[in-house]
Design a protein around this ligand. Structure first.
Ligand SMILES: Cc1ncc(COP(=O)(O)O)c(C=O)c1O
Length: 486
């Protein structure tokens, strides 16, 4: 088996998560909730989620019947009714995704995956020897997949189309009409459509929200989801796979037996309670309101700094993909160096785009900013980011420009934040600057320029940050991996 790829966003987060005083706009769950909070949201007078008298045996293999029924409802609609037998409970969506990709893709298979996307969705199949073509999402198209591009990406052995809706990292939503087109195309070829829907049902405009992929009347569809994002419970590690196709669910279940006897019974109880009719509507209302309120803050920020940044306003999920540019020349910043500097000087944590989602070469200057956390945190982080931009033009090679300006910025920030900023800690180095591997050769990729403090932005992207459509991307990746058949 090939070596597993690295997971740059996770590595980046792991460096700083837990740093005292950090304003974290990197983690993508809606503001987490406690068991007490959850209980207080309930419209019924009850004792909360835990049945403290229940014996903590293994419990049902695929997850409790009650929990699977609730998940089946989430994956139903438009005349498609899923049942508990169409659902497998997993440890978070990360396990659900792994299971789907492990069970259904192998060395003889090809899959088409939207890009940029949560790295796991293409790196895991590559690890198992499958070939991947990127379906490039274009900024000028609002990061909605262009169905015309899809036609060029099919191969004789294409087995799966991989979507993520709403998207990590862009926050874009694939509308119902586009999903319908994708399903029709897939159906005509008998191809599986797998959609990671972990950010459902957090849509800013719930009335125009697309239905789950499992409800389009095509059996060969799978959706994954979890309690982590829109339901504010990332700490209970509950996720799922749902599909109207029993054979696909059985394939996932068979593979699951090797890693999971059952999920935690305590987690299962909490998830069941949170999804109950007495709690779920209030929890979702809380998070959609929070998302809409905080998106306005980010929108105001982008408008106030339009000479330095731009975005496609997200329609769902918990994050935005924003490009930052230099003050004079307008070149994209070196996003990894920019984000590292921001942590060190302002204690604001973001995720660098080209580093974490662009294979070290696409999406130069972009950062992922997660905003469905505490509103006060978003406000303070954006205030610090604004100050930072004023003090850092980011025009020349960043090292020189940055050194000159950092003293001014630090003074300003110290005054603003009553000395709470720790400026003397980390340096930008190669920690976390590893690129994902796209070959199955197991060879380690070389360190990207960003790790050496060199701005690479202008070499790879045009002014709009857009490079090439999907097919070119896979060619580019094939060249890198030395596999020209890709
Ligand atoms: C698109 C996507 N899928 C899956 C996951 C995994 O989430 P969890 O395992 O917490 O449910 C994440 C986490 O960030 C994600 O962004």
């Amino acid at each position: 088996m090939a070596h597993p790829s690295t997971f740059p966003a996770e590595q980046w987060l792991a460096q700083w998560r837990g740093t005292p005083g950090l304003l974290n706009l990197a983690d993508t769950y809606a503001c987490p909730i406690s068991i007490d909070d959850l209980t207080s949201l309930s419209t019924e007078k009850d004792d909360g989620p835990l049945i403290t008298s229940s014996k903590l045996g293994y419990g049902s293999t695929n997850g409790s019947s009650e929990l699977r029924q609730s998940v089946a409802k989430l994956a139903s609609g438009q005349g498609t009714q899923l049942t508990e037998d169409d659902v497998v409970i997993t440890q978070g969506a990360i396990s659900a995704n792994f299971l789907v990709l492990y069970a259904l893709l192998g060395p003889t298979d090809h899959a088409i995956c939207v890009y940029p996307v949560y790295t796991q969705l293409y790196s895991v199949p590559e690890t198992f020897g499958a070939q991947i073509s990127f379906w490039r999402l274009k900024e000028e198209n609002g990061y909605v997949p262009d169905v015309q591009d899809l036609e060029h990406l099919f191969r004789r052995n294409t087995k799966m189309i991989i979507l993520n809706n709403p998207s990590n990292p862009t926050g874009a939503v694939i509308p119902e009409a586009v999903l319908r087109d994708i399903v029709e195309i897939a159906k005509a070829r008998g191809i599986i459509v797998f959609s990671d829907e972990v950010y459902r049902p957090l849509f800013h405009e719930p009335d125009s929200a697309p239905p789950p992929i499992t409800t389009f009347g095509y059996e060969r569809t799978l959706a994954t989801g979890s309690m982590s994002k829109s339901l504010s419970l990332p700490g209970i590690r509950i996720g799922w796979v749902a599909s109207p196709d029993r054979a696909l669910i059985a394939a996932c279940s068979r593979r699951r037996d090797y890693t999971t006897i059952c999920v935690s019974q305590v987690d299962d109880q909490i998830a069941t309670y949170a999804l109950s009719p007495a709690v779920q509507p209030a929890l979702l209302r809380r998070n959609i309101d929070l998302a809409r309120r905080n998106r306005r803050l980010v929108e105001d920020f982008v408008a106030a700094h339009e000479n330095r940044c731009r975005w496609v306003r997200p329609g769902g999920g918990t994050m935005a993909f924003i490009q930052f540019r230099g003050a004079e020349g307008g070149q994209p910043v070196d996003d990894a160096a920019f984000c590292a500097d921001l942590v060190n000087k302002c204690k604001v944590l973001l995720i660098p785009g080209s580093h974490s989602f662009g294979c070290g070469e696409d999406f130069a200057g972009y950062v992922r900013l997660a905003y469905v956390c505490d509103t006060a945190v978003v406000q303070e982080a954006l205030a610090r980011l604004g100050k930072y931009l004023e003090a850092h033009p980011w025009d020349q090679t960043r090292v020189m420009a940055d050194k000159k300006n950092s003293a001014v910025a630090e003074d300003d920030l110290k005054k603003r934040n009553t000395g709470s900023i720790n400026t003397a800690t980390n340096h930008t180095d190669s920690r976390g600057f590893t690129r994902p591997q796209h070959s199955t050769s197991g060879a380690e990729p070389s360190e990207p320029d960003s790790a050496r403090g060199v701005t690479t932005a202008t070499n790879h992207t045009n002014d709009s940050g857009v490079t090439s459509p999907g097919e070119d991307m896979s060619k580019k990746r094939a060249e890198k991996s030395g596999n020209s058949s890709l």
